[in-house]
Design a protein around this ligand. Structure first.
Ligand code: ZN
Length: 258
């Protein structure tokens, strides 16, 4: 018999929030949690503003739609019971500036935070660094939390018209996507890329990276919608298996079948 959840007419908002909740838990699983700090948002499908994870819970504790607040682009709360994260202007200003972006996150992952303090650019040490070609911009105009519209505008301008990730100097990372899936993977790939560069820089070996000409060819080969789709499914199934939220043997079989 079909489960009741399959029979329900799930609204666009509810399905976006269920997906974003899952994205938060995936990021916790992948080591991006920092106590109750960090948050993702998704543009409201009905055009009222954006849904932001509520304050005072960790990424891994975001379980569903009730863990989000709906804000307009001035930060006024339109729906939801939770408290609002102070850094909501990161989300409002990027969404206002970039119509191609529908999901945004800000976290404090270890290697991303360390690399945010560097004065050099992120390079394609391995595959993941290339996904951000030509580089990841760095916002360094202020060391404050991004808790005003003015600072949010600065962050959105630093992100520019084409990037999907940004460092907040000596603070953390911002990642974005056309979808929640895309944004989530930007966060995971950025952390891997930062770790790779910090490790090779620390190792003492001589090293280099593919130049712009080489990336013209490799870029489209390695980063595309298929990678996003398959990687999201991989992390989603890994979450289910590790968290035991599905039949464990079935999920384990699916996980190892790839
Ligand atoms: Zn922060």
């Amino acid at each position: 018999m079909a489960s009741t959840s399959k029979l329900r007419n799930v609204s666009a908002v509810e399905s976006e929030l269920e997906k974003s909740a899952r994205a938060h838990r995936i990021l916790e699983m992948e080591g991006q949690g920092d106590m109750t700090l960090g948050h993702m948002s998704v543009r409201d499908p009905e055009g009222r503003g954006f849904w932001l994870k509520r304050k005072a819970i960790g990424l891994g504790q975001v379980l569903g739609p009730s863990d989000f607040t709906l804000l307009d682009f001035d930060g006024n709360k339109l729906a939801g019971d939770g408290e609002v994260h102070n850094e909501w202007p990161i989300h409002s200003e990027i969404l206002l500036r970039r119509p191609d972006i529908n999901a945004i996150g800000h976290t404090h992952p270890f290697y991303g935070c360390v690399f945010s303090a560097a004065d050099e650019e992120l390079r394609a040490v391995a595959l993941e660094g290339g996904y951000f070609h030509p580089t990841v911009p760095r916002y360094s105009a202020s060391y404050d939390l991004i808790n005003t519209k003015h600072l949010g505008v600065g962050v959105a301008e630093a992100l520019g018209d084409t990037s999907f990730a940004l460092f907040l100097k000596n603070h953390g990372v911002v990642f974005c996507g056309k979808s929640t899936e895309h944004a989530t993977l930007m966060a995971i790939f950025l952390e891997k890329a930062c770790r790779a560069q910090l490790v090779i820089k620390s190792s003492g070996v001589s090293w280099s990276w593919p130049d712009d000409e080489a990336m013209k060819s490799r870029g489209p080969q390695t980063f595309h919608q298929g990678l996003i789709d398959r990687s999201w499914r991989f992390y989603s199934e890994k979450l289910d298996w590790l968290m035991g939220s599905r039949d464990n043997e079935k999920a384990k079989g699916e996980f190892f079948a790839r």
